[in-house]
Write a protein that binds this ligand. Structure first.
Ligand SMILES: [Mg+2]
Length: 287
């Protein structure tokens, strides 16, 4: 005799289904309420466009990377000149994303799909596609440093699950970056605090320069949610920039966004679009 074991569970299933429907309806209603201003249709209104267009087309963007690598190279050469056999060996420490990796195609994908804020799900799909590019001058710089016998370490924050490290190494190998191995690459999945890893390296090596697109790539003390304080902390160290700290341009993401929104990857909603407008009009001419 057929016994429908599902029968007693039906009312509960129905209740859960009803609850889910009601929750999703509420979530949908909230989404509709708070997401009226985002890009729609042909997507010609998207708050990422100016920065992304600059990143994708401006020769000035590439020139800034060359400038940064040229300065870093000068610092390495100067350190090598002064270096004595008994001294600690020389090294550089670099961030990966938007410092050596150029994620323009990812941002292009977001804009093409009417997304106007960083989208973690898209990022996590894009990283393993292994289509990331190198920033202008990155490969030449890294090979030059390597050929001069200076050690290269990479410290990056990324999280694509268990395969995070594997994906990062694959990205590096596809672009021919030297030292793409566990000895030289640290990928932080749970924290963006790079300082402990950097300190470990600095115990054994004389770190000539740090390269990054985010102040957090240089020192953790800049990790503040206060825009003015963040600027003030940077100003206190102004002598370090172009000497010890080599900064790359990134107008699309980073902890400068965290200082504005209170989080590094703010969700796409009207409240955040208003916050962005407020930030963009912090100084406004009033005739
Ligand atoms: Mg970065």
């Amino acid at each position: 005799m057929f016994v429908n074991t599902q029968k007693p569970r039906r009312p509960l299933t129905a209740l859960i289904a009803a609850l889910c429907l009601s929750l999703s309806t509420t979530a949908f209603a909230e989404e509709a309420l708070t997401n009226k201003q985002g890009p729609t249709g042909d997507g010609l209104s998207n708050n990422l466009m100016v920065a992304a267009a600059w990143k994708q087309t401006a020769a000035e963007n590439k020139a800034l990377y060359h400038q940064a690598f040229n300065i870093a190279k000068e610092r390495v050469d100067a350190a090598l000149k002064k270096h004595k056999k008994k001294d600690k060996p020389l090294a550089i420490i670099s961030d990966l994303d938007e410092t050596l990796f150029d994620a323009s195609a990812y941002w292009g994908n977001l804009i093409q799909n009417n997304k106007d804020f960083f989208d973690d799900a898209v990022w996590d799909k894009w990283v393993p596609s292994n289509t990331i590019a190198a920033t202008a001058g990155a490969q030449d710089f890294l090979n030059d440093v390597k050929n001069k016998g200076v050690e290269i370490f990479y410290v990056s924050s990324r999280d694509q699950g268990e395969k995070t490290f594997e994906y990062a190494i694959a990205n590096m190998k596809a672009l021919g970056f030297p030292n793409a191995d566990a000895e030289h690459v640290t990928i932080l999945r749970d924290s963006s605090n790079k300082e402990p890893s950097q300190k470990n390296i600095a115990e054994k090596y004389d770190v000539v320069v740090y390269l990054g697109d985010n102040l957090n790539d240089f020192q953790r003390k800049y990790y503040t949610k206060n825009v003015d304080q963040r600027t003030q902390l940077m100003e206190e160290d102004k002598e370090m920039f172009g000497r010890k700290f080599i900064v790359m341009p990134n107008p699309l993401d980073g902890h400068w966004m965290r200082a504005i929104f209170g989080e590094s990857e703010p969700p796409a909603n009207d409240k955040n679009r208003e916050i962005l407008k407020k930030a963009a009009t912090q100084s406004t001419w009033q005739p």
